[in-house]
Design a protein around this ligand. Sequence first.
Ligand SMILES: NC(=O)c1ccc[n+]([C@@H]2O[C@H](COP(=O)([O-])OP(=O)(O)OC[C@H]3O[C@@H](n4cnc5c(N)ncnc54)[C@H](OP(=O)(O)O)[C@@H]3O)[C@@H](O)[C@H]2O)c1
Length: 219
Amino acid sequence: MIDTKHTFLVFGSTGRTGRHFISLVLKEGHKVRALVRNPEKVEIENSNLELVKGSIIDFENINELVSGVDFVISMLGDAKLQKTKNVNTTFVKRLIPVMRRQGVKRFLYQAGGFSRPYKESLPFMFLVLKNTLVRFSGLLGQHRDNEAVIEYLVEEAKDIEWMVHRASIISDDNSKGVLLRSKTKNSLATFIDCATYNYLLLTDNSAIHTCDLSYYAKQ
Ligand SMILES: NC(=O)c1ccc[n+]([C@@H]2O[C@H](COP(=O)([O-])OP(=O)(O)OC[C@H]3O[C@@H](n4cnc5c(N)ncnc54)[C@H](OP(=O)(O)O)[C@@H]3O)[C@@H](O)[C@H]2O)c1
């Protein structure tokens, strides 16, 4: 789907979106470098896949991780830790300056549909669901962290070609179709469709500095 072969630096590649993402990107013939806490979770064997063991919390050599990559993508999440700490934000604040130094421009961050875009409020129904469903699922902290990442990117990373996907995901079922970008429309998608969407979004120049939802044009 993307003609030129690239190297993707992936965070969250053992997660529900991330594992579909690396599988697709490798199938397409690209290279993947992935920071993983538990390499044994990765079932793929591929000479184009480089696993680096470590955690975003205390990983020291970000310089080496970023060196030589074309795209950086985060599908990170640790809902338990994010209840009290903005761990993703702390990490993104360490990552972006390194990307700058290494001349790596493009960064995709997957947040959620309930993560508020910068200085905007969520539509009424999203607010209701956020204060009920999301709160009781213990995911408010994850969205607070995602929102802090978005704020940092908007305010302090204008020189980086960042894009945020505010995904709404319901299941790990098979593909239900192709997701498109929208400021207002969203669909409850599958992880595999979100992964495919992320892959295509990374080369979409019109998505730079957007923080949009995704929806199925046809189902
Ligand atoms: N799940 C949903 O329904 C949903 C819906 C909409 C949006 N989102 C958003 O999408 C993003 C990713 O969600 P997901 O559900 O695909 O992810 P997930 O299944 O929760 O997986 C999270 C990934 O992050 C990795 N990770 C967590 N802490 C780490 C650390 N300290 N160092 C290195 N890696 C770490 C995990 O590694 P381990 O395997 O080692 O744990 C895993 O690979 C989140 O921002 C979330 O808000 C999710």
